[in-house]
Design a protein around this ligand. Structure first.
Ligand SMILES: O=CC(=O)O
Length: 336
């Protein structure tokens, strides 16, 4: 080996593999700091590629499109020390198995909060004010002028919004809903502190079932964990008013998508605004045919600012770890 390598500062740099293209500024900074391997053509890495990457890396930076399960972690060897996820949700990573193998997992909370809450409001307005129908009419040149009885939706002011999952994003939704004059209700594993509840003008429901039965709009803002999988199953969806609308910007798995689709078709739920789906981008085709549904391609955190901030969080987690400290956004199994 040439002698120069002995003093090459890059030799001590962490080997970091990034599984998808990230904003350019993030990739550039990572290349300055780490011995980084980037995914130039942004292809979705296969299981085999991910395992091979884990075997040669100190740090893997995956995204929601990479499933990292126990069997893959078992083949990862012992070089991998940190999975620094680019994204807040880590339900695609087997955090328990990683923990057992001494591999840390971190995420990027906080920076997706406001952008995701904005998309909740966009979906609420999209469904209740029938915005996609109006757009489709304009694009098709079918609009023949204002009419007193056309395009009528429902007023948001005074409507009851039930927020399922009152973490950072749920609270950001509550703040927006207050500005729109909605009545804010919520269900959460833990009740908020009284002063926060008062600030958000939010009414707590210990019983999810009882809350569901009374809401005009329900927004899912709980993460996908074993205890929230199909939390909104057929039985609970049936509790909702037939005039109610359901919004999901969290994870598709929290709702039984087939049951929801059946009920939307049957008019047992009035509408839905969905940014996430139970099987990733494989959407129940029936959902696409429904006029009372607004579908988005998982755009909740899709702002330039947010995606750069997510990258900065990943870098801070890796750097802090490299300096011998606990990554600030460590995810531990007890949080899930
Ligand atoms: O869905 C996006 C995220 O988990 O950050």
């Amino acid at each position: 080996m040439p002698a120069v390598h002995a003093t090459d500062p890059t030799r001590s740099r962490l080997k970091v593999t990034v599984t998808r293209r990230l904003p350019e500024a993030v990739e550039t900074r990572m290349s300055e700091l780490f011995d980084v391997s980037l995914n130039a053509d942004d292809h979705r890495m296969s299981r085999e590629e991910l395992v091979a990457a884990m075997r040669v890396s100190d740090v893997l930076v995956p995204t929601i499109t990479d499933q990292i399960d126990a069997a893959m972690l078992a083949q990862a060897g012992d070089k991998l020390k940190l999975i620094a996820n680019y994204g807040a949700g880590v339900d695609h990573v087997d955090v328990h198995s990683a923990r057992q193998r001494g591999i840390l997992v971190s995420n990027t909370p906080g920076v997706v909060t406001e952008d995701t809450a904005d998309v909740v409001m966009a979906l609420i307005l999209g469904v209740t004010r029938r915005l996609p129908e109006g757009m489709a009419e304009m694009q098709a040149g079918r609009w023949h002028g204002w009419s007193p009885t056309a395009h009528l939706g429902g007023r948001l002011g005074g409507r009851r919004l039930g927020i399922l999952g009152m973490g950072r994003i749920g609270q950001a939704v509550a703040r927006r809903a207050n500005v729109f004059g909605m009545q804010v209700h919520y269900h959460n594993r833990r009740r908020l502190r009284p002063e926060i509840e008062a600030e958000l003008q939010a009414t707590y429901w210990e019983s999810l079932d009882q809350m569901l039965a009374r809401m005009d709009i329900v927004s899912v803002n709980a993460p996908h964990t074993p205890s929230t999988f199909h939390l909104l199953n057929a039985r609970r969806l049936k509790l909702m008013k037939p005039s109610a609308v359901i919004i999901n910007t969290s994870r598709g798995e929290v709702i039984d998508e087939n049951a929801l689709t059946r009920m939307l078709r049957a008019g047992e739920i009035a509408g839905a605004g969905l940014d996430v789906f139970e099987h990733g981008h494989e959407i129940n085709p029936r959902l696409r045919e429904l006029p009372n549904v607004v579908l988005l391609p998982h755009m909740g955190s899709a702002t330039i600012e947010g995606r750069v901030e997510m990258g900065e969080k990943v870098i801070i987690n890796i750097k802090t770890f490299a300096d011998g400290h606990r990554p600030p956004d460590l995810v531990v199994p007890s949080m899930l």
